[in-house]
Write a protein that binds this ligand. Sequence first.
Ligand SMILES: Cc1cc2nc3c(=O)[nH]c(=O)nc-3n(C[C@H](O)[C@H](O)[C@H](O)COP(=O)(O)OP(=O)(O)OC[C@H]3O[C@@H](n4cnc5c(N)ncnc54)[C@H](O)[C@@H]3O)c2cc1C
Length: 476
Amino acid sequence: MSERTAGETDVVVVGAGPAGMAAATRAASLGLRVRVVDEQQSPGGQVHRGVTRGDEGVGPRFGDEHLRGRELVRALHASTATVEPGATVFDVDPELGVAVLRDGIAHEIRARHLIVATGAIERAVPFPGWTLPGVMNAGAAQVLLETSACVPSGRVVLAGCGPLLLLVASQLADAGANVVAVVETTGAIDHARALPGLPRALATPATFARGLAWLRALRRHGVERIGGIRSLAAEGAGRVERVLVGVGDRAREIAVDTLLVHAGVVPNPQLARLMRLEHRWDERALAWRPRVDAFGRSSDPRVSVAGDGAGIGGARAAETDGAIAAIDAAHALGAIDARVRARLCAPLLRERRRHLAVRPWLDALYRPPGWLVDPPDAAIVCRCEDVTAGEIRSVARLGVRGPNQAKAYTRCGMGPCQGRVCGTVVTTILARAAGVAPAAVGYYRIRPPLVPVPLAALARMPGGGNRRDERTGGAM
Ligand SMILES: Cc1cc2nc3c(=O)[nH]c(=O)nc-3n(C[C@H](O)[C@H](O)[C@H](O)COP(=O)(O)OP(=O)(O)OC[C@H]3O[C@@H](n4cnc5c(N)ncnc54)[C@H](O)[C@@H]3O)c2cc1C
């Protein structure tokens, strides 16, 4: 046996963000044995990261949402659910054996039902110079700020699109960073495209109030905003020194020490793809999402997907998603009947519709432009294996039609991130090169382990780590 004994439980929840916390708490309240696993050191997910350290003064700076996060964490800890922090799920076998790596030791939990609540990742948008030191994701800067109270020194520029871009810019400026400009792809065309969604979006005035507060903060700090950019590049000798943006028919150069990039978030595809859940391409969001029913049940009836991992909806929608998935899991496992499920879910389904009312407007307004999602030939797309967009297009010209074939030809997606960063971009490049829909191109066939796992940890697992992988027909 491994140092940690393999366990068995009714429900394993992967991810302790708002969706996972709400799912675990609700499932436990319905009498199920629940285990929630998250790679972070404490529950909270992306939006409520470090929230339990708020008592020490880090969290409250970030407003009401953190108070909500603390309530969710408290409810989770008060429930009968077992929480495993610092634990990464690296495989799920066809019998729902969930393989977890924690403190360098691997163990397995066998689940009767699995709730995947692994959230979102930032969309990768390769552009010339994005691999230079000093260029990073805005979300990564937010993590540093929220976990370690770190702000970048020198001149900071944020570029891209999406509410998180404005939020991080205002957070950094409030925290004392020298944010000189926010350059956005969003322009007049996007505002016009988004207009039809505005009346429904206005039904959630709190969302607007938050956005306006960020814009006010940027004005207060004298941050320049440049909208409707048509190109983006970073340059410098050994590290980023300037950002070049196309505004109308002019080129503008801004001196920078740190360039933070963000072009929205997309569902984290890895675990759902590993389990071969069916996916569909969401053209509005320019991203893949797993096929789920109203309760979050996926194409595998033993697996639900809740929260941003099922489609971007924000923290409050993720919370309701999690609770709905838990109630549905209780029904699937025979703890409640269909009538009780319908009664418990009805108010939550209404609440979720309310939280999602703003999405069509947001998605249309902050849709990344074609030039940003289909990068120029010289841009490195797969950072692990140094594969450029041009190389992917050249194999497309040879007749390569999908990411797995492109991987065989170029090694793109074969590095330690397992294609997590470049997957959506490679789909987009191949689809546009062949003039077909992304759905016709598909996605990487994700194989275990999802993250690098020490061989010693695998060998010490029950069965000597000999996890047969039915999906690939071989051992892991
Ligand atoms: C970088 C980033 C920053 C964001 N910041 C904000 C913000 O400030 N405000 C805001 O309103 N929204 C923010 N969002 C959007 C926000 O993530 C969501 O709306 C909300 O948190 C979704 O909740 P969730 O429970 O679905 O996922 P999350 O909150 O993302 O939680 C998912 C959890 O799953 C865990 N996980 C993932 N894979 C594994 C695995 N293999 N094994 C174990 N654990 C795993 C992660 O550690 C994470 O804790 C951010 C998104 C990103 C990507």
